[in-house]
Write a protein that binds this ligand. Sequence first.
Ligand SMILES: [Zn+2]
Length: 79
Amino acid sequence: MVRCPECASPKMKYDARSSRYVCPRCGLALSRGELDRSWDEQRSAYRREDQEDARAQRRRDYLDWWLSSKEKEKPKRKR
Ligand SMILES: [Zn+2]
């Protein structure tokens, strides 16, 4: 089954007359090459988001570590 890159409907049908995949839900019609390309673009967009998430997560981890190491230092100073 071919999934529509526009509305994610998994029911795109191949129309032999226009040699395109047509989505019955949103009416999008794409050739096989256009379909592949649009999915490639979506995939690379997801990858970019993943990388940004990972970077933000690393920063949060670092902040947590920094804050907890500060907290750990405090009791040592008290005598
Ligand atoms: Zn669609």
